[in-house]
Design a protein around this ligand. Structure first.
Ligand code: ZN
Length: 187
């Protein structure tokens, strides 16, 4: 059983030679574009942070708007701001509270952004931590009716990141990146 490319000679090189890699890619077919993949599979994420990213990506977090449309909940308002329908898009990206938290995190990292794979992974891990903390804060609002301050959220995120310092700093981390990580976690 061959993919169509085997008959159409799509898998070969320009001079008609068979290339294993091309044959394999042809057999694999079209790749699905997965914009959240980097967030979910980032190796510096804690599994619980990746899990929230994964659920969000598949729209599987049971937020009020979804429960409302399923006929389970009578109220679809965001429990934090109370002004909009609570969708995943709203909770993580559009809610004034989440925007303030993101602003705080970006301010914390500002002036310390440098190039490098390790730094990029850490930035994604920090943003995944932010998503997780927003999700937890939202649940606390529902159950305890207490909205945390942005300062508290930022301190929580910093604390989570500081606990992971040893994971962030591997023996292969470049000196420049190591400096960046240490300054960031001390600030
Ligand atoms: Zn909101």
């Amino acid at each position: 059983m061959f993919a169509p490319g085997f008959n159409q000679n799509d898998w070969g090189s320009a001079n008609g030679q068979y290339i294993i890699k091309e044959g394999y890619l042809c057999r694999m077919g079209e790749k699905e574009v997965w914009p959240w993949g980097r967030w979910v599979w980032n190796r510096l994420n804690l599994p619980k942070h990746s899990f929230i990213c994964w659920l969000s990506m598949y729209q599987r977090l049971l937020k009020k708007a979804r429960l409302y449309h399923m006929g389970i909940n009578q109220d679809d308002r965001c429990p934090i701001c109370g002004t909009q329908e609570e969708t995943i898009q709203h909770l993580f990206f559009e809610c004034a509270f989440s925007k303030q938290c993101l602003h705080g995190v970006l301010n914390w990292m500002r002036c310390r952004l440098i190039k490098g794979k390790r730094c990029r992974e850490i930035i994604i891990a920090i943003l995944a931590t932010l998503l997780y903390c927003i999700s937890k804060a939202r649940d606390n609002v529902v159950w305890d009716l207490k909205i945390p301050t942005t300062a508290y959220m930022l301190s929580l995120i910093k604390q989570e990141c500081r606990l992971r310092k040893r994971t962030y700093l591997s023996s292969k981390t470049r000196v420049k990146e190591r400096d960046w990580i240490e300054k960031l976690l001390q600030s």
